[in-house]
Structure formats: C-alpha cells, structure tokens
Design a protein around this ligand. Structure first.
Ligand SMILES: Cc1cc2nc3c(=O)[nH]c(=O)nc-3n(C[C@H](O)[C@H](O)[C@H](O)COP(=O)(O)OP(=O)(O)OC[C@H]3O[C@@H](n4cnc5c(N)ncnc54)[C@H](O)[C@@H]3O)c2cc1C
Length: 355
C-alpha cells in the first residue's frame, strides 16, 4: 500500500518504520524536522515513576515491553548508536510523597513490575551518597529506562530513509475530506494522494482535526556534570545522566507556543536539581531547551480512524515511551483492518461525553 504519514516526530516516524518493515511504500511529510517535542524530551520510559494508572498504565507497560526489540531493530537498520540506560530511581522527599510512593510500589509489584529494589532513607544514602539528606525513601524500577532522544530521532530518520521511505519537508496546509475519507493532502507547492493517510502532528493536531490537543510548554536544561548513574525522578526535578551530558527537567507551563527560555524556568529547574543533588550547583549550564508536549484534558492520547486514514496524538508526557505500542496499533489497523481496543479507550469522543 502507499501510505502518507504527516508528522515527523517520534510517533509519525515510528509508525513509518513499522509500515516500511511490513513492506509498504511510505512517504513522510514534515514541516520542520526539529520543531517536534521528540527532540527535546527527557527520554524516560517511566510508566511507574510517572504513577500511571488503569488502561493507560496497561498500554504504557505494553509499550515498555516492546522497547528493547524496537531499539535493536532501529540501531540495526539505521547503523547508528542510540544511548540507553536501564532503571530509574524514584525518590520521596516528604512524608506525604513517601506514603504515596510506597502505595504505588505495592500496586505495581502486584501487577506489572517485579524488578524493584527499594531503600529506606539511610540505606539509600549509603548507596547514593550524593543525594540530599532529606531523602526519605527510594525505589529503583529496574524495567524502566532512558533513551537519548536526539540520537533516537537521528536514528529514526536514517532508518526510514534506509528502508526506502521518502521524507518530504513541507507544511501540510489543507486536508480534503469527503465523508469518512481523506481524498487529498495539500502543501503550498504540491498535492498528495495515498491508499492510507496517517496523521501524527503532535501539538499541532488541532489545526486539522479540531481534537482537543494543545501545547504544554516544557523547558529542560542540558548541563555538564560528572554524575553517571541512574536517572533520578523526584517532585523537584528529574535528573538524567547521559553519555555526553546531563539533563534537568522539566517545567510544565500553560503558555501556548511560547518559545522563550525564561529566568523563571531556569531558576525552578536549577533550584530543584540542586535540592536533590547539592553538588550540581557546580554543574556547567550548556543549554536551555523548549518543547511542546501534546496535552489533552485527561492527559491520555487521542486515537481515531476513518475509512482510509488514522490519527495518533496527544501523547503528552509519555510519547517517547508510547511510540512502539502506538506504531503496532497503526500497523494492525492498516495491515489487517484490526481495530485495537485503544481506539475506543483513547477516542476523542470521550471528551464529548464529559462535556
Ligand atoms: C521538556 C519535555 C520533556 C519530555 N520528557 C519525556 C520523557 O521523558 N519521556 C516521554 O516518553 N516523553 C517525554 N516528553 C513527551 C514527548 O516528547 C512527546 O509526547 C512526543 O515527543 C510527541 O511526539 P509526536 O510525534 O506526537 O509530536 P512531535 O515530536 O511534536 O512531532 C510533531 C511533528 O509534526 C510536524 N507537523 C506539525 N504540523 C505539521 C503540518 N501541518 N505539516 C507537516 N508537519 C507538521 C512537526 O513538524 C513535527 O515534526 C517530553 C516532552 C517535553 C517537551
């Protein structure tokens, strides 16, 4: 089949990769390769540290399980290295946080996550002496992980091209729809037709479909610091040691598409990180980055399909984690006409029912 994918973030490209592997002809239209949230993301694969629940947790765990194979295939096809670290240390800094985290650990170990090591405050400080003495409790979720998202995105672009996919760098201005079908997609210079159209335009999804997906601004710091250990996830900041740098994330701002890097953001993130790891006060600031998470009113994705098209958006804080499972949902629909239960769970009509 000829497939047109609109959107070149982690979701569009992961779907493109899956479809190419299944033998389809794939064209990806992307307005600006680097404008997506995917390049800026912390890259944590963290359904438990994020405290996800219910069907959303189930989908997230499905995706987490796919990650190892997804990464192997990606590295093999792209011939590129993608830094990955295993395990995330989730810490509690107050009595209330400790209670909540212990409840989460009890729930997750009974359901999805057996690979857990937990520490009371003093034990944790023996193991990780650079963490603040205010720490009360911590748990390493061993199945979680972290991926370098710039390396991931570079590899995805390379893999799609290596498998014969075509990347078209243009802005989709209009989608011609007749009933439940898409007839054509227009850019300023060209028009495109396909057997199936995939739309994965992140925070810009509302422009063409009207679904309630809106940008949630996130600022994130890139610093130089000698810590090479687990990702630390806390309420003050998350701290992500990588091969070449360390990330400190991230603000959550209702500010539309405001690209500015602010002193407020810098102060919140650096202050939070230093509270967690005091020695970070000596870290060299390399860069402040800004990205736009595709948010929805209930913070869960939006999946939708018509006769010859499908839409995947609203992945909010977890789009990197959710990319492999989203790509499988798309492949099954396009290849086998198999409608995943997640089209119902993540249907945009849930917002209408609530209204
Ligand atoms: C600071 C920050 C930290 C984050 N940390 C994590 C994390 O640790 N773990 C995690 O799982 N997730 C994280 N996320 C969330 C994650 O980045 C997003 O959920 C994910 O990147 C969404 O991917 P996407 O492909 O839907 O959108 P995007 O990556 O935003 O891509 C959208 C694409 O659509 C294209 N596009 C839009 N409109 C058009 C048009 N009209 N024509 C052509 N192309 C168009 C854009 O150019 C872009 O390429 C974080 C996000 C931010 C901002």
């Amino acid at each position: 089949m000829d497939i047109l994918v609109v959107g070149g973030g982690v979701i569009g490209l992961s779907i493109a990769l899956e479809l190419l592997l299944a033998g389809h002809n794939v064209k990806v239209i992307v307005r600006d390769e680097k404008e997506g949230a995917s390049w800026v993301a912390g890259g944590m694969l963290a359904p438990f540290s994020e405290g996800l629940k219910g069907d959303f947790l189930r989908f997230s765990v499905d995706s987490l399980k796919l990650w190892s194979e997804y990464l192997d295939i990606l590295k093999d096809i792209s011939k590129r290295n993608v830094f990955f670290s295993q395990g995330i240390l989730r810490i509690a800094l107050s009595e209330e946080e400790e209670k909540k985290l212990k409840e989460d650990v009890r729930e997750y170990t009974q359901t999805y996550c057996q690979n857990v090591v937990s520490y009371e405050g003093s034990e944790l400080l023996k193991e990780f002496p650079y963490i603040t003495e205010d720490v009360r409790y911590g748990v390493i979720y061993g199945d979680e992980g972290n991926v370098d998202t710039e390396e991931l995105m570079e590899a995805l672009y390379r893999a799609v091209e290596n498998l014969g996919g075509e990347i078209v760098r243009e802005d989709v201005l209009r989608i011609l729809r007749e009933g439940d079908r898409v007839e054509k997609v227009y850019t300023f210079f060209d028009e495109f037709t396909a057997d199936h159209y995939v739309f994965a335009t992140g925070s810009w999804l509302k422009e063409h479909f009207g679904f309630p997906v809106y940008p949630v601004k996130g600022q994130i710091l890139r610093v130089n610091a000698p810590i090479k250990d687990y990702v630390i996830y806390s309420s003050k900041a998350y701290i992500i040691p990588r091969e070449k740098d360390l990330l400190i994330g991230a603000t959550t701002e209702d500010a539309g598409f405001d690209h500015r890097k602010t002193l407020g953001g810098l102060s919140k993130l650096s202050g939070g990180a230093i509270e967690v790891i005091p020695s970070l006060s000596d870290a060299e600031l390399l860069e402040v980055r800004v990205g736009f998470r595709p948010g929805t009113p209930d913070e869960m994705p939006v999946f939708y399909f018509g006769e010859n098209f499908s839409v995947y958006g609203g992945h909010y804080r977890n789009g990197i984690l959710l990319a492999p499972a989203t790509a499988k949902v798309a492949l099954r629909l396009i290849d086998n006409n198999e409608v995943s239960e997640f089209f119902k769970i993540f249907s945009p009509y849930r917002f209408k029912e609530e209204a």
